[in-house]
Structure formats: C-alpha cells, structure tokens
Design a protein around this ligand. Sequence first.
Ligand SMILES: Nc1ncnc2c1ncn2[C@@H]1O[C@H](COP(=O)(O)OP(=O)(O)OP(=O)(O)O)[C@@H](O)[C@H]1O
Ligand SMILES: [Mg+2]
Length: 328
Amino acid sequence: MDELVKVQNLTKIFKSGLVGGYFTTAVDDVSFDIHRSEIISLVGESGSGKTTVGRLILRLLKLSTGKIIYEGVDISTLKGRKLRDYYKYVQGVFQDPFASFNPIFKVDRVFDLLFDSYLKDKTDKKHELIVESLEKVGLNSLDILGKYPHQMSGGQLQRILIARTLLLDTKLLIADELISMLDASTRVDVLNLLGDLRDKEKMSVLFITHDLSLGYYISDTTMIMYRGNIVEFGKTKLVFDNPLHPYTRMLLSAVPEIGRKWKKSELEMKRGEIPAGGCPYFDRCPLAMDVCRKKPNLKELEKDHKVACYAAEVMTGDSIQIGKGHNN
Ligand SMILES: Nc1ncnc2c1ncn2[C@@H]1O[C@H](COP(=O)(O)OP(=O)(O)OP(=O)(O)O)[C@@H](O)[C@H]1O
Ligand SMILES: [Mg+2]
C-alpha cells in the first residue's frame, strides 16, 4: 500500500469570543498517513477532535500549523482550479444526509450540479452514468430519480451521496459519523458498501466514529484520538487484540455487550489536573506516573502498532527515555 495523504504535525487552535477570548486546541500535533485502498477509522469520544481532522483535510477549516500532503502536494496552498480538482478526489459525507440536500429540489439536483461543474464533457452520457453509479451503491434509479429528499430514507440519501463520489472518481472519502442516524440493518449495508468501494474502486476511507465496534468491523487501521491527540494507532486487529493505551482499554471495556450488566468502567477515574505539557490522559489514568508529566510521543511498541504511553512502554518491556527514541 502506498500513501495517498500524509498528515504531518497537524494542529488546529480555535479562538472563541472577541476581546480576551479563549483558545481551544482541537487537534494537537497529529501525524498519520492514509494509504490507497485503506479504510482507516478515527475513534474517540465527543470533543476529541475527530471532525476537526476531517474538516481540515477537506479544507473546510484553515489549519493552524502542520501540513496535509495529498499525492505529494501541500493542499493548504491550493487555489482556484487546483482546489476544485482536489474536491474531485477528496469528498466528505456527513452524519445527517438530509442536511446535504435542498428540500425544495429533487434529489437529481446533486447530480445536475456535478455535471454542470465537473463533468461537462460527459453530459451526453449523463443519465447512463448516474444509473450506473446508483447501481454500484445498490440503488435502482427508478426508485430514486425524480423524487424529493423527504421521500427518501436516510440510508438511501447516504447512498446517493456516495454514488456522487463514484462519478467523480473520488480517491478519499471522509465519512464523518456516516451511519449514526441509520437503523441497524441499513448500517450493515452501508458499512459493507464502504468495504466494496475499497476493494473494487480502490477508494480510501477516513471513517470517523465514536463507536469502537464499528471501527473494528470496517477498518484496516485504527487511530484512537483523545483530547486532540492520537494516543494509539495501528492495524485494527493489533489495536483490538492487544490494546496498549489505558484509554483504549477503557473504551473497549465500555462497549456494551448483550447479557452483561453495563457499568461505568473501573478504569475511568478522575485524578485532578493535567500538568501543563503532560500526557492528555493524566487526570483519568490509573497508571499515571511522574514521568507522564511530560507528554509521551507515539512510539512503535510492536510492528504496525504505535502508542503514546510510558506505562505501555514499561508493560511491553521498552525502557522509558523521555524525549529520546520516540518517533511519530
Ligand atoms: N468552530 C469552532 N469554534 C470553536 N471551537 C470549536 C469549533 N469546532 C470545534 N471546536 C472545539 O474543538 C474540539 C473538537 O471538536 P470536534 O467537533 O472536532 O470533536 P469530535 O471529536 O468530532 O466530537 P463529536 O464526537 O461530538 O462529533 C471541541 O472542544 C470543540 O468544542
Ligand atoms: Mg464530530
């Protein structure tokens, strides 16, 4: 697998309020690669910075520092035609599909806009191409075209938006809480569709979710985000079979199972303040040590499995060397 997107030391600081406002570091020095034909899930609790990462890659937000490199090109400087071309290859589909459609227009309009702006040269084959892309996402054009958004289900609208990306030859789909609003059976269909897009269309997907089990089901690679930081990153099987960060373990212990009484994790304890420049999980971590007052970097503790945690280093037999030997 080769790299499609390289995210390097990405930071986003939001300033809120006018005079004497306050700052929120939503994304804090995050680095990762997205490979071709890879589904990579970005998992974390509410407010951890997942959507901000997705919106930065989609250029819907301006980054504070760092770089996003798509196919070797820094996208922060793209303008005009080059930026328009970027949106051919990188597309976002979000939680609420109804928000992406104008209720007063038929759903066909999302295709019309596409052909008016990006696919002018293919107008003669417009209908045929639309039908084909709808078929690829499991929709019959006769059920879809000519209808209004309110006549469609959430799952159908999500699929129409995905069909749109197929017409554009999208290489990366940013799917932000894509299936949160769908019922269980439609969820599985849409998840399987993402798998098909990866396997047949060679599309990559950044699958943003707060639901660890969805990430497990769908992704090749899993990133765990906490307070703007990637705290664990690796092949999905490794992260789930051998979770190394205490936060990942807490998340796993909180996944509800049928037949098991659901209680708040014993691992989740409040401890007080996070020291300035310290580990972002310091105040909740049952394993916090003095050394954690300095933030750990991501370190590869087994092949294809990186963790930012000194305690995990001790557990896996790696010595603690603050500021030395830690790589991103
Ligand atoms: N436009 C904004 N202005 C100020 N702060 C913002 C803005 N957007 C996000 N934030 C803050 O940045 C942090 C990360 O938000 P983000 O939406 O990326 O989280 P998330 O992980 O997607 O959460 P959720 O699971 O609830 O969608 C939060 O503290 C949020 O309040
Ligand atoms: Mg979000």
